[in-house]
Design a protein around this ligand. Structure first.
Ligand code: COA
Length: 253
C-alpha cells in the first residue's frame, strides 16, 4: 500500500506511504491521489482534504525510475490527472509537510490552501539539477510569491529551503515540531466542519479566480518543455547519476 486514504470527521486524508523509497511518487500513486481527491469532492460528508506523508519525508517527488522508463505523456498522464484534481478541488486542501518535500512535493503546496511544515522539513525544487524545468505553474507562482531573485535561488539554483523560509515567503502557514505537524494540520482541517461549506467553496473559488486564467497556459508551456527535457541527454545524465550514487557531470553539454 503506497497511498492510504481514510475519511474521518469530515476530513479525507491522503497519506503518502512508501518510506523505503522516500515516498517517491509512481504513476499508480498519482492515480490513487487523483481518485482520492475526486472522491472527496463528490462526498458531501467531506469538508476538507488533508495530504500528508511519513515521519521525516513528505515526498521525494516523482519516482526517477518512472521518469526514465515511463515519462508522463501529456494531459492524460496520472501526474497531470493528480494535479488537475488538486487544482479543481473546490474543498479546502490542507498539507502536513512531515519532512523533505522535493520537486512536485513542493510544487503541489502552491496549489493547497493551508500548509503546515515540520521543523525538520527541507523543501526543494531541483528541476534544473535534473535537466528539467519547473512544472505546474511554479515558474509563474513562485516568482509571484517571493519575487524574482528569491525564486531564482529556488528554481534556477535549486537551493533547498526550510519551513521557516517557506513561512517567510508565504508558501506555508506555520512550522510545527515534527511530532505535532500532522495533528495540527488535521485540527485546522477539522475546523471546516463548523463552517458553512457553500461559503467556504465560493470563497476558495473567488480567491483562485485570477489564477484560473493565468495558470493553464503556463502549465501547458512548462509541460511541453518538461516532456522534451525528460528525454534530453542532460536529464539522462542526472537520473543515471542519482541511481549510481555519484555527482552528475554536465561538463560535456
Ligand atoms: N525516485 C526514485 N527513487 C528514489 C527517489 C526518487 N525520487 N528518492 C529516493 N529514492 C530511493 C533511493 O534510490 C534509495 O533507494 P535504494 O535504497 O534502493 O538505493 C531510497 O529511496 C532512499 O533514498 P536515499 O537517497 O538513500 O535517502 P536520503 O535520506 O539519503 O535522501 C532525499 C533523501 C529525498 C534527499 C533523496 O533521496 C533525493 O534527493 N531523492 C531524489 C529527489 C529528486 O530529485 N526528486 C525528483 C524531483 S523532480
Amino acid at each position: 500500500m503506497t497511498i492510504r486514504t481514510a475519511t474521518l470527521q469530515g476530513v479525507a486524508t491522503i497519506e503518502i506511504a512508501r518510506p523505503e523509497k522516500k515516498n517517491a511518487l509512481t504513476l499508480a500513486m498519482y492515480q490513487a491521489m487523483a481518485d482520492a481527491i475526486n472522491a472527496a469532492v463528490a462526498d458531501p460528508a467531506v469538508r476538507a482534504v488533508l495530504i500528508t506523508g511519513q515521519p521525516g519525508i513528505f515526498t521525494s517527488g516523482n519516482d526517477l525510475e518512472d521518469f526514465m522508463q515511463r515519462p508522463p505523456q501529456g494531459a492524460d498522464s496520472p501526474v497531470y490527472r493528480f494535479m488537475r484534481a488538486l487544482l479543481d478541488c473546490d474543498k479546502p486542501v490542507v498539507a502536513a509537510v512531515t519532512g523533505a518535500a522535493v520537486g512536485i512535493g513542493t510544487t503541489m503546496l502552491l496549489h493547497c490552501d493551508l500548509v503546515y511544515v515540520s521543523d525538520e522539513a527541507r523543501l526543494a525544487m531541483p528541476f534544473v539539477s535534473l535537466g528539467l524545468v519547473p512544472e505546474f505553474a511554479s515558474s509563474l507562482l513562485v516568482p509571484q510569491l517571493m519575487g524574482h531573485v528569491k525564486a531564482a535561488e529556488k528554481l534556477m539554483l535549486g537551493e533547498p529551503f526550510t519551513g521557516s523560509d517557506a513561512v517567510d515567503c508565504g508558501l506555508a502557514n506555520a512550522v510545527l515540531p515534527a511530532g505535532e505537524v500532522v495533528n495540527h494540520a488535521r485540527r485546522m482541517a477539522e475546523r471546516f466542519n463548523g463552517l458553512p461549506p457553500g461559503a467556504v467553496r465560493d470563497t476558495k473559488r473567488l480567491m483562485r479566480a485570477a489564477r484560473q486564467a493565468s495558470v493553464p497556459p503556463v502549465m501547458q508551456a512548462e509541460g511541453e518543455i518538461f516532456s522534451q527535457r525528460l528525454r534530453s541527454p542532460e536529464a539522462m545524465e542526472a537520473f543515471q547519476a542519482f541511481f549510481q550514487k555519484r555527482k552528475p557531470d554536465f561538463s560535456k553539454f
